[in-house]
Design a protein around this ligand. Structure first.
Ligand SMILES: [Zn+2]
Length: 154
C-alpha cells in the first residue's frame, strides 16, 4: 500500500459514513462502508473529483463517426482484395485506389482525433458539436460513394 493510500481510504470511508451512495457497478448501498471494496461485488472503490459536465458526448460522437468511416473503408478494401484474389476481375478503375486513400485518410483522422482528445474536449460546446458533425460526414460520404459506384457500374 502506498503512503497516500491510507488517507484516501479514510476519505472514502468518511464520505460514505453518513451518505447513501450506490456502488457504481452493482448499485449496492455503500453507506457505512468499511475497507475499500464493495461488500456486494467486491470491486475496489476510490473517492474522486469529477467534472460536473463530463464533456465527452461530442468527443465520443466524433470518435464513433471516424471509427465507422475507417472500419467501413478498411473492411471494404479487405473484402475487395480477397474477392479479387479468389475470383479475379477487380473493382472498376480508380475505385480500388480511392478505397486505399479513403482507408488511410480516415485512419489518420481517427488517430489525430484520439491524440488531440484533451484539446478537443476543451473547445466550447458549439465547436465540439460542429467537429463531431464533420466527423460523421466521413462515414456518410463513404456509404454514398459506394452506392454511387454500385449504381454506376452495377
Ligand atoms: Zn458493488
Amino acid at each position: 500500500m502506498h503512503s497516500d493510500e491510507q488517507p484516501k481510504q479514510q476519505a472514502l470511508q468518511g464520505y460514505l459514513a453518513d451518505r447513501d451512495e450506490p456502488c457504481p457497478l452493482c448499485s449496492y448501498n455503500l453507506r457505512g462502508l468499511q475497507g475499500e471494496h464493495c461488500p456486494e461485488c467486491g470491486q475496489e472503490l476510490t473517492l474522486r473529483v469529477n467534472l460536473v459536465d463530463a464533456v465527452r458526448g461530442a468527443y465520443l460522437a466524433g470518435l464513433i463517426g471516424l471509427a465507422c468511416a475507417f472500419g467501413f473503408n478498411a473492411l471494404l478494401l479487405v473484402a475487395i482484395l480477397v474477392m479479387t484474389i479468389y475470383f479475379g476481375g477487380g473493382p472498376p478503375g480508380g475505385f480500388f485506389l480511392y478505397l486505399v486513400v479513403a482507408a488511410i485518410l480516415s485512419g489518420l483522422f481517427l488517430l489525430g482525433w484520439v491524440r488531440r482528445s484533451v484539446q478537443i474536449r476543451r473547445e466550447p460546446i458549439t465547436q465540439r458539436t460542429v467537429l463531431a458533425i464533420i466527423c460523421w460526414l466521413a462515414p456518410l460520404a463513404s456509404v454514398a460513394i459506394l452506392c454511387a459506384v454500385i449504381l454506376t457500374y452495377g
